[in-house]
Design a protein around this ligand. Structure first.
Ligand code: URA
Length: 272
């Protein structure tokens, strides 16, 4: 039996998750409904977005954006330095990430995971590090947390690869999904910094404590970082809980919904 994305989220008790009261979630005026309420008359375009639409967007990105970057265009030396990363174009940057040997994680990973999506995206979602599924498939957020991230994005009218880029702080999987070490972050961060420079997103959504604290260079707890618009090098940044955390703590859906609404409202204001 082949399960749809909705089937799997339902099995996890996470579908439907959030609904916008308006039929067009991308409209500037967001009418917010409590995420746990079941009384909404209209399921929105976001929560109804067919899996096929998301899949089509994913395929488009895979063929039009990711695949052309994959061939060995320019293979930089394995010990590429941070200075070199600062001036790389997309092709060189992706090749450098895939070949990276700058830390010990290169020895245990299956493959590096540079990121996926529209390289001119207005939205950038940043997670922590690849897990087992991502390490196997070479794409960020493809496991259960990834399905939840897709649902989170759909709730505010976004779909993977459509005006969205998804990346992680670390490009290689820490073995056993252990926490990244500070030296690994320091070594890997130049890749994300360069990705952000190249993408020039209008808004960054930091998924979880780890992404938030590293992008904002702070050790403030995530609970205090939520609920406001920060800046990363001038780019507005909204913090929310990591989807993997949310899978374990579904009662925090309401907080994540608030964060997503803040992100959507901020983007709408930026575009006025
Ligand atoms: N968790 C992350 O932070 N990133 C992924 O790509 C997958 C799970």
């Amino acid at each position: 039996m082949s399960l749809t994305r909705q089937d799997r989220l339902q099995a996890l008790g996470l579908w439907p998750i959030w609904r916008l009261r308006t039929a067009t979630p991308v409209e500037p005026e967001l009418a917010v409904e409590h995420p746990l309420a079941e009384s909404s008359a209209a399921l929105t375009a976001a929560s109804n977005m067919p899996a096929a639409v998301i899949e089509e967007a994913r395929l488009r990105v895979e063929t039009e954006v990711a695949a052309p970057l994959r061939p060995a265009l320019e293979r930089p030396p394995a010990s590429v330095g941070s200075d070199a990363i600062e001036t790389m174009d997309w092709a060189a940057l992706n090749a450098a990430i895939r070949d990276c040997r700058r830390c010990e994680l290169a020895k245990t990973r299956t493959q590096a995971v540079p990121g996926v999506g529209d390289i001119h995206a207005e939205w950038l979602f940043v997670g922590e590090a690849p897990g087992a599924n991502e390490d196997r498939q070479g794409e960020p957020f493809v496991g259960d947390a990834g399905q939840l991230l897709d649902a989170m994005m759909a709730a505010i009218g976004l779909a993977r690869g459509r005006n969205v880029f998804i990346a992680n702080v670390l490009k290689s999987r820490p073995p056993g999904n252990r926490d990244p070490k500070p030296e690994e972050v320091a070594t890997c961060m130049p890749y994300l910094e360069r990705q952000i420079e190249l993408i020039q997103p209008k808004l960054i959504v930091a998924l979880g404590r780890f992404a938030a604290q590293n992008l904002l260079a702070t050790d403030t707890p995530i609970g205090k970082l939520r609920g406001q618009v920060h800046r990363y090098r001038g780019v507005p940044l909204v913090v929310t809980y990591h989807p993997a955390y949310l899978l374990r703590n579904p009662l925090d859906k309401a907080k994540v919904w608030e964060d997503l609404v803040l992100a959507r409202r901020t983007m709408n204001e930026l575009k006025q």
